[in-house]
Write a protein that binds this ligand. Structure first.
Ligand SMILES: Nc1ncnc2c1ncn2[C@@H]1O[C@H](COP(=O)(O)OP(=O)(O)O)[C@@H](O)[C@H]1O
Ligand SMILES: [Mg+2]
Length: 393
């Protein structure tokens, strides 16, 4: 019988499952374990009831005890188109094909993951590019504002001393007019009338107040311009020695608006030496953390900024009394795009960017958080990362 030469398993069974015909390969199989036999019987029955051919994947235990997977085509056989008298099953070994398929699927998943990582990396690059151009913009605005503010400021100084001079002169006049020997000419009466009408004493106090307020406003604008400059520092994407407290202060001023309705900021600065770093990038890290802290605070809380130093490192801690981080999220907060904020509010990039900046400085970020009580982010930075970088490079 030519079926004996087929690499497939061929068997014909009656409706009770008795073998009517089988090729050699099928006959060479050992007795199948009960669960395998049962599954095969069920699909035989299914083909009989369907009255048509079906395809199923089946397992056959081999003579050496291994299990192999087969694709079986099963179809009922009819005498003369009435009742089926048997089912025929032709089973092809697809074990190898399945193995390759699974392997391919694994590879595909790996490629997918790799692709996603590439996309994330690209997005991070875009984000840091964006931050850089925001920095440039800020620096440009600061530069443009700097000139007019400077001359308004210096004019203000002159104006103030001129006004003082004018008032001094008026006082002298007053003295002269009060003197009984003063010539009583009609002009004197006009002067007295004008003085009363224009309320000179009111002008005197109000001009003083206006000048003081303007001075305060000017000081504030100057401070903002200085902060913008400090914050952006476009020129220095390079490492140099810098004072972290100065960066922290200008960053706090910049985010003041975002914080002020939510939190009181408490500064507990220690003694810090200058460190070798890229200040504008570290400012970004502090800004991300301060904004996150404010977001975590539901109604009203406290954000504490602490600093201190170790033997060859310094640390900056930003602690909040916000809602904290769920333990299952703690591992993921540094992942790009991980955010628990609504769409449009969180990008999930702040901490991943911070992480790469701190890593570039040879430092690290530690987080501890108690859900419901608050979180503390601690950035530890080497004072001078150069020796390590030289070793590594
Ligand atoms: N101080 C904090 N308190 C509570 N959760 C925080 C805090 N900082 C970060 N997180 C959590 O980490 C997530 C990722 O933060 P981040 O990378 O800055 O992205 P984003 O702020 O855009 O969501 C936040 O969505 C939040 O769930
Ligand atoms: Mg954030």
């Amino acid at each position: 019988m030519m079926l004996h030469h087929s690499p497939a398993l061929v068997v014909v069974k009656d409706p009770e499952g008795r073998i009517l015909l089988a090729n050699r390969r099928y006959e060479a199989l050992p007795v199948q374990p009960p669960e395998v036999a049962r599954a095969q019987r069920e699909s035989d029955q299914f083909a009989l009831q369907a009255g048509d051919s079906i395809e199923v994947e089946e397992t056959f235990v081999q003579a050496d005890g291994t299990r192999r997977t087969y694709l079986s085509v099963k179809f009922p056989m009819f005498h003369d188109g009435l009742e089926p008298y048997a089912t025929c099953a032709i089973s092809t070994d697809i074990t190898e094909r399945k193995r390759i398929e699974i392997e391919l699927r694994g590879r595909l998943a790996e490629l997918g993951a790799l692709n996603r990582r590439l996309e994330e990396a690209q997005n991070q690059l875009l984000q840091s590019e964006k931050m850089a151009s925001i920095g440039q913009l800020a620096a440009g605005v600061a530069h443009e504002l700097n000139n007019p503010i400077s001359f308004v400021y210096s004019n203000y100084g002159s104006l103030k001393s001129y006004v003082e001079d004018l008032f001094a002169m008026l006082d002298a006049w007053d003295g002269a007019l009060a003197c009984p020997d003063a010539v009583r000419c009609p002009t004197v009466a006009t002067v007295e009338r004008l003085k009363a009408e224009r309320d000179l004493s009111f002008l005197r106090t109000d001009i003083g107040e206006l000048m003081d307020e303007s001075r305060e406003g000017l000081e504030r604008v100057r401070k903002i311009v200085q902060d913008l400059k400090d914050f952006s520092h476009v020129a220095d994407t390079e490492f140099h020695w810098a004072d972290l407290h100065r960066g922290l202060d200008s960053t706090l001023n910049i985010v003041h608006n975002e914080l002020k309705y939510k939190a009181r900021v408490v500064k507990e600065y220690g003694d810090l030496p200058e460190i070798y770093c890229v200040p504008s990038q570290l400012n970004q890290v502090f800004m991300n953390m301060l904004v996150n802290a404010a977001h975590a605070i539901v109604d009203n809380g406290v954000i504490t900024v602490r600093t201190g130093r170790g033997a060859d490192c310094v640390w900056v801690e930003i602690a909040d009394t916000g809602r904290g981080i769920a333990p299952e999220h703690l591992k993921r907060i540094f992942d790009p795009f991980f955010t628990t904020k609504p769409v449009g509010e969180g990008t999930g990039l702040g901490l991943s960017l911070s992480y790469s900046i701190v890593k570039k400085h040879g430092g690290r970020i530690d987080v501890c958080s108690e859900p419901g009580a608050g979180s503390t982010f601690r950035v530890t930075l080497p004072i001078d990362p150069k020796p390590e970088a030289e070793q590594a490079g």
